[in-house]
Ligand binder design. Structure first.
Ligand code: SAH
Length: 230
């Protein structure tokens, strides 16, 4: 594949954002939103997704598809990244907890909008690679640590929003506890290799969750340290 200039990549990224906006309109019945907010569009148009793929895979960066990043893990589909970000209803003063840093791409998109992003990744090498890349790209409001996302990051709670980018069989109670009142949680729920549902939930005043099912999705499983998928 011939090498691409930055200008080519920026153009491809703009086209991808157009495609995502079309897909959002086509799926509005499920997702309950007619369009992406300008903030989400701007973030998607800005983050250089090609930097989050292996150098040989740059040519695939602006296809609306998930892609492999090694360690049996994937970088999420751009439409899904945009949708999950949208469903969090982020404001510039919000603090967000992300579970499943992976490549760090979703993390960067969140950081374009929110005040602080705290991200937990279970695979240490992925956490380190993401940290290095995000530093290189100049993201100074992102904190990444290695750990089990089921436990969240209690010292830093409450969060305005929590996003989980690996599928859980049930919503981890610690993540609900660490969500502030009125906060949004977006998480794929379901078993591995079976149907999963993207769930959006808002925390009520009494601490319970108001849940809505958004869309069928396919995510890699959320694992516990030292265990296989559970
Ligand atoms: N958001 C990523 C895609 C994440 S793929 C991106 O945009 O590229 C899901 C990630 O969740 C994987 O990197 C996986 O290692 C991680 N993961 C799985 N179980 C986890 C857990 N219990 N705690 C934290 N991270 C976990």
């Amino acid at each position: 594949m011939p090498s691409k200039t930055e200008a080519d990549l920026t153009r491809q990224r703009a086209r991808l954002v157009d495609e995502i906006e079309v897909e959002v309109r086509e799926t509005q019945k499920w997702i309950g939103r007619e369009r992406l907010s300008p903030r989400v569009v701007a973030a998607m148009a800005k983050v250089p997704r090609h930097r989050f793929l292996a150098p040989g895979d740059v040519g695939y960066a602006y296809l609306n598809r998930p892609w492999t990043i090694g360690f049996g893990q994937t970088i999420s589909q751009p439409y899904i990244v945009a949708l999950m970000t949208e469903l969090l209803d982020l404001e510039p003063d919000h603090r967000v907890l992300e579970i499943g840093t992976g490549s760090g791409y979703q993390t960067a998109v969140l950081a374009e909008i929110a005040f602080r992003v705290y991200s937990i990744e279970t695979v240490e090498t992925l956490a380190k690679c993401a940290r290095t890349l995000l530093d290189e790209l100049g993201y100074q409001t992102i904190y990444v640590r290695t750990g089990d996302g089921h436990e969240g990051w209690p010292e830093l709670a409450p969060f305005d929003a929590v996003i989980v980018t690996a599928a859980a069989e049930r919503v981890p109670p610690a993540l609900v506890a660490q969500l502030g009142t009125g906060g949004r949680l977006v998480i794929p729920v379901g078993r591995v290799y079976e149907s999963q549902t993207l769930v959006r939930a808002v925390k009520n005043d009494d601490g319970t969750l108001a849940r809505e099912n958004v869309l069928p999705v396919a995510f890699v499983p959320m694992v516990s340290k030292g265990e296989g998928p559970r």
